[in-house]
Design a protein around this ligand. Structure first.
Ligand code: G6P
Length: 655
């Protein structure tokens, strides 16, 4: 095996000089930091608790105490455990972290904060791509590493730079930054300067929450809403200097873009949070956030529709002032998204091409960003993202922005972001924005964000149809009336929960499950399979039912449940013959139908009626519900960690 492995892609090289080194890729981590007149330890831990929903495998906190010593505590358990361990640790400056690693062991030595020289402590969210060569450089300078992480390289480099020229923390960080390749959000403190914290954003979100006699940093301002509703978002390459009575943000050139003591002259504006924080910490009587969020869907859908409809007509301006003009010009739609959001984009393609005849391409962002897509001139790019922070989607939009600028307005491209987070990176990249009103989604497996995205996309289809005169007023009216009924219909689908629980007892004993659907039900089948594998860890695959005979049929046996979504639509006849193919091979079918589908019940065909007379638009929304409930109850029966499933994170903010 070669000693050196060179991986090349469009934008960077990663050199693995030693294959025995564990490459630690950290992302979706949570960062909280505080500088205050009062003891900050409880604030840091309360902030971390609020970031727990993102998923993590270790957590840690470092505080500079009254004697100016760094005290650091880490755990491989939950933040609750950290709470017990920090008893007696008090100070006015500190940083804390939840770490989520995809490679490398989740051991305490790899948990953040990373400390060097008993003096510097650093937390980091992101990846240092050139960490191997930087690590070698540090070792040559005499550094002794105590972890396998890329993060430790940053703090070692800062330390070497400080020691060499007797620099301040600020100067040492400034000199270190150009040496780092990759994406990061980080915060660093120095025990010899216990009044100041330095924070940097490059590719990984960071916000500063402002207080009186205290200031805070976090990777998500929601984490600190309990203490401050006012915050400033760092832009790419910004560096912030936080003290208890001031926050100064500089751009990459060192120019001040925000000064908390001179907000009038600041380029950045202070955001006052509009997020409803109340539901975040409460499960409202449910055992899991995911269960609560599944049941919140009628309300979330109704709220997403609110303000978009007047007198059974769609207000196209709900996508932005320029929307009608932009929509009238475009010839094609390019959807870019990841995970569950990608599935909603797939549903949109069926709707848009079928109902208004505008071509749609749908691609996962991680593929889009690394190929050179041939894109036509008049395209509407639609980024769909619950969090608005998914790194792959953000990078894909950056590429679109760059190409758009290069074309100097000749390619007529516009970007629409559909997101659940008003103040997010993807929203800032967009020409047009549509905010879903799902409310805060805590469960890692997305539920209400998905159905509200479908609502947003159905409105987008109507808006495009209207703007291009491809939709008559009568059809528009009918569709809007149909959408208005969706919250009620979703509620009646939720009311079938008892039947789904019965089915869950069967599925929970399976090793593997197949999901089948046709047309818009194919992406819904994909979403159903994704939900099941995400939270129950049962292997699940979804196929367009017509593809069965081209391979998946080989998987059909008595042990593998085949879950079928069978609304009464044009494709039902075709689907029924697919079911025959399964039955005749001894497969066990569990079908969700609408009352008019009239599937024949047999020993091997179990049927649950979900709804009645569903329309083209409401159909994917309604049939999502039983699949969400199914995965939830299967996972509950299996006893998995439903809200924070293993190895997954809510918001994937670094590649
Ligand atoms: C993660 C989450 C998924 C989500 C995906 C895209 O993988 O676990 O639930 O669908 O990211 O997230 P976004 O915030 O962009 O919709």
């Amino acid at each position: 095996m070669p000693k050196e492995l060179l991986l090349k892609n469009k934008s960077f090289y990663v050199i693995l000089t030693n294959l025995t080194v564990i490459l630690t890729v950290i992302f979706m981590c949570g960062i909280v930091g505080a500088v205050s007149e009062r003891n900050i330890t409880p604030i840091l831990l309360a902030g971390l608790t609020r970031l727990e929903y993102r998923g993590y495998d270790s957590a840690g906190v470092a505080v500079i105490n009254k004697e100016q010593n760094l005290e650091c505590v880490k755990t491989l358990n939950k933040v609750k455990d950290l709470n017990e361990k920090v008893t007696g640790i008090e100070g006015n400056l500190g940083i804390a972290h939840t770490r989520w690693a995809t490679h490398g062991l989740p051991v305490e030595s790899n948990a953040h904060p990373h400390i060097v020289n008993n003096r510097l402590a650093l937390v980091h969210n992101g990846i240092v791509e050139n960490y191997s060569e930087l690590k070698q450089f540090c070792i040559n300078q005499g550094a002794i590493f105590s972890s396998d992480t890329d993060t430790e390289v940053i703090v070692q480099l800062i330390n070497i730079t400080m020691q060499k020229d007797n620099l301040t923390l600020y100067d040492a960080v400034r000199q270190t930054l150009p040496k780092l390749k990759g994406a990061y959000g980080m915060a660093v403190i120095d025990a010899e300067n216990p009044d100041e914290m330095i924070a940097v954003r490059q590719g990984s979100p960071l916000t500063i929450s402002l207080g009186f006699g205290e200031n805070f940093i976090s990777s998500d301002p929601m984490a600190l809403l309990f203490i401050s509703q006012q915050y400033v978002v760092l832009e790419e390459n910004d560096l912030a200097i936080l003290r208890k009575d001031s926050v100064v943000i500089e751009n990459s050139k060192g120019k001040v873009v925000f000064d908390s003591n001179d907000t009038q002259k600041s380029k950045y504006k202070i955001i006052t949070s509009t997020q409803d924080d109340a539901g975040v910490t409460s499960k409202g009587g449910y055992r899991h956030f995911m269960h609560k969020e599944i049941h919140e869907q009628p309300k979330a859908i109704a709220e997403t529709l609110e303000g978009c409809i007047s007198d059974n007509r769609l207000l196209v301006e709900c996508f932005g002032q320029e929307a009608a003009f932009i929509f009238s010009k475009i010839k094609r739609v390019q959807i870019i998204a990841c995970g569950t959001s990608y599935h909603s984009g797939m549903v949109f393609r069926y709707w848009c091409e079928d109902i208004i005849g505008i071509p749609v391409d749908v691609e996962v962002a991680s593929e889009f960003r690394y190929r050179n897509p041939a894109i036509e001139k008049d395209v509407l790019f639609v980024a769909i993202s619950q969090s608005g922070e998914t790194a792959d989607t953000a990078e894909a939009l950056k590429i679109v922005e760059k190409l758009k600028k290069q074309a100097e307005g000749k390619n007529h491209w516009s970007i629409l972001t559909i997101s659940n987070k008003a103040e997010s990176t993807l929203v800032r990249y967009a020409d047009l924005v549509f905010l879903t009103r799902a409310g805060f989604e805590v469960g890692v497996a997305s539920t209400k964000a998905f159905t509200t995205q479908l609502v947003a996309l159905s409105l987008l289809m109507i808006a495009l149809g209207k703007s291009q005169k491809r939709l008559s007023e009568t059809v528009e009216k009918r569709m809007i009336q149909g959408l208005r009924k969706v919250p009620k219909l979703v509620q009646s689908a939720l009311d079938q929960e008892e039947q789904i629980i019965e089915l869950s007892n069967i599925i929970a004993n399976s090793q593997s499950a197949l999901f089948l659907g046709r047309g818009t039900m194919y992406p819904i089948a994909l979403e159903g399979a994704l939900k099941l594998k995400e939270i129950s860890y049962i292997h699940a695959e979804a196929f367009p039912a017509g593809e069965l005979k081209h391979g998946p049929l080989a998987l059909v046996d008595e042990e593998t449940p085949v879950i079928v979504i069978a609304p009464n639509n044009d494709l039902l006849i075709k689907l029924k013959s697919n079911l025959e193919e399964v039955s005749s091979r001894g497969g066990k079918i569990y079908a969700f139908e609408d009352k008019n589908s009239k599937l024949t019940r047999t020993k091997s065909v179990n049927v649950i009626s979900v709804a009645e007379n569903v329309g083209r638009i409401s159909c994917p929304l309604l049939f999502t519900i039983p699949l969400q409930l199914l995965s939830y109850h299967v996972a509950r029966i299996k006893g998995t960690d439903i809200d924070q499933p293993r190895n997954l994170a809510k918001s994937v903010t670094v590649e």
